[in-house]
Design a protein around this ligand. Structure first.
Ligand code: GLN
Length: 377
């Protein structure tokens, strides 16, 4: 067949996780926790399954869950949301991103993407006939030069995609970034797609600068968030999308024929669980500790870890160890050292290779220490 996505291959996450299984490697590649979900949440799900909340959920999501999300956003970001018209439950943030891009990006529209970029953005734009305008960020700090962004804007710019805390680099936008974005897009009809799935994974006392804190930015934004990331359950595929009513209405047109609606017992369970804020308030400390344990253990290896202010990913330069390109290196490391990672060139549309790989530290301390031990040899 004539491909609509000739450049797209099987996602690197699937490739590396498969390779990890084949070689019985410790899998620090694809981002998912290897520790259990809270028993309380599992009990709530069982409760709703047993009580037979087992038929279609409302297309936009269970009302109790959307209300609970609205309440939480008010408490966290002082953002006043209408659960009826601004919040939609989706099949993970990936579906939210795909439905938003499909609903809003027209053929020929330009979308500015900061790279390294999570690998779902570019194919979602391209399959819809949009034109990717990449803006490359570089190690070690991966800061956005907002003047460069301004230069990339054209009359055809439809959307700018941001992601903070940022996968794969672990960088975090601060107030000046958000203010710069606001001043660049003021008086335009450019949309912002703000991927905030790691909102709670932010370290060293930093505050998450959600677009929801900035009403003058939010009015043109789509914010995507994830329960899988927040509650250690990536297999559930449940997230949500927040956008002003007019934008939400367009996204729901696509969502309803993409997935129709999302797993119902989970939604009821999550509504109850969200009412207990300690579950997400503990997350920064919980993951900061893992980051620090991993960083400390990696000090005796030839890897040089880069700063990580958020997410559960740590980048590492391996120049002292090998001259291989990052794709070959990641595969070699999996086979020969028994630790799987993600090569960062997969996140650049031009294949930029800075000889850096990404480790996921959403793992038990035991796994993190065992991985570092293997990497010492
Ligand atoms: N978000 C996860 C990561 O960055 C992977 C998601 C996926 O495999 N599709 O590793």
């Amino acid at each position: 067949v004539k491909s609509k996505l000739p450049q797209t291959t099987t996602t690197i996450f699937t490739q590396m996780s498969q390779l990890a299984v084949e070689h019985e490697a410790i899998n620090l590649s694809q981002g998912f926790p290897n520790f259990p979900v809270d028993q309380r949440l599992k009990d709530l799900i069982n409760h709703y399954v047993q009580a037979d909340y087992n038929q279609y959920a409302p297309m936009v999501g269970v009302g109790e869950l959307r209300q609970a999300i609205a309440k939480k956003k008010w408490e966290l970001y002082a953002s006043r949301l209408d659960a009826e018209t601004e919040i939609t439950i989706t099949n993970g943030a990936t579906e939210a991103i795909f439905s938003a891009i499909t609903a809003l990006v027209r053929a020929g529209d330009e979308v500015i993407v900061f790279e390294p970029a999570y690998d779902s953005y570019v194919p979602a734009i391209e399959v819809n006939g949009g034109v990717v305008v990449p803006l490359q960020l570089r190690s070690p700090d991966y800061r956005v030069d907002w003047d460069e962004v301004r230069d990339k804007i054209s009359p055809r710019t439809r959307m700018i995609i941001i992601n903070t805390p940022h996968n794969p680099t672990g960088t975090v936008f601060d107030k000046t970034d958000l203010k710069a974005l606001q001043s660049i897009t003021d008086d335009t009809d450019i949309l912002i797609l703000s991927d905030e799935v790691y909102q709670h994974l932010i370290f060293d006392g930093r505050q998450h600068e959600s677009v929801l804190r900035y009403p003058d930015l939010y009015c043109r934004s789509i914010v995507t968030m994830s329960f899988g990331k927040t509650f250690h359950a990536t297999g559930w595929r449940i997230g949500y999308c927040i956008a002003p009513p007019e934008i939400t209405a367009e996204i729901r047109k696509v969502h309803q024929f993409n997935t129709f609606s999302i797993n119902r017992p989970l939604q009821h369970a999550l509504a109850d669980y969200l009412a207990e804020p300690e579950h997400y308030r503990l997350l920064p400390d919980f993951y900061q500790r893992k980051r620090d344990v991993f960083r400390e253990a990696m000090q005796d290896t030839p890897f040089e870890l880069l700063e990580c202010s958020g997410t559960y990913f740590a980048l590492a330069a391996y120049r002292q160890l090998s001259d291989l390109g990052d794709q070959a290196f990641a595969r070699w490391l999996t086979r020969e050292k028994g630790v799987a990672t993600i090569p960062i060139s997969s996140f650049y549309s031009d294949g930029t290779d800075e000889h850096i790989v990404r480790f996921c530290f959403a793992k038990t301390e035991e796994s993190l220490l065992a991985a570092a031990e293997r990497l010492k040899r």
